[in-house]
Design a protein around this ligand. Structure first.
Ligand code: CUA
Length: 174
């Protein structure tokens, strides 16, 4: 074997071989993580838009009377939500199925998460940032919007309701 740099710290050739294998695996797996992050264009959920979490009630977008479902000119929907200990506001959202929905969510206090089981809707809600998720819901029914980041003693009961109605019914009440 040519000059093995491990020779000075380890006498046993078999042991050196296994050290090389484990080093290779560690670098290989780190490389795979980097590759898939770049290839899949993975980025933080915050959308890198900042907001003052302590002044949401005074903001253009997240004031109490602005929250809920808005229909855009192209027929898509924007759902504006505030996550605060312990709930999502407004507590019930109704959207039609098979319609592009953009969620824009801000936290009024601490770190929250949101997850809608049986759909691909999930993100973290970091205080100070606006989280944006674009999706659509192919299945009709009632879904729960759950908080999936521990945010305090009421975390378990932090959830609200998403109702997906048939597209023909129109939906989009706020
Ligand atoms: Cu909000 Cu857990």
């Amino acid at each position: 074997m040519f000059g093995d740099p491990l020779k000075s710290i380890c006498e046993d050739p078999l042991e050196r071989k296994w050290i090389w294998i484990s080093l290779f695996l560690a670098f290989f797996m780190a490389g795979m993580l980097g590759f898939y992050a770049l290839a899949g264009n993975i980025h933080p959920p915050s959308n890198v838009e900042t907001i003052d979490s302590s002044r949401l009630h005074l903001s253009e977008e997240f004031a109490e009377d602005k929250l809920g479902v808005t229909t855009n000119a192209d027929g898509s929907l924007t759902v504006t939500l505030v996550a605060a200990r312990y709930g999502f506001y407004p507590p019930v959202i109704e959207v039609p199925a098979d319609t592009p929905v953009t969620f824009r969510i801000a936290s009024a206090d601490v770190l929250h998460g949101v997850h809608v089981p049986f759909t691909n809707m999930t993100t973290m809600i970091v205080p100070g940032y606006i989280s944006e998720v674009r999706t659509s819901f192919p299945r009709t029914g009632e879904f729960s919007l759950l908080c999936n980041e521990y945010c305090g003693l009421g975390h378990d009961s932090m959830w609200s309701r998403l109702v997906v109605v048939p597209k023909s019914a129109g939906g989009a009440s706020s």
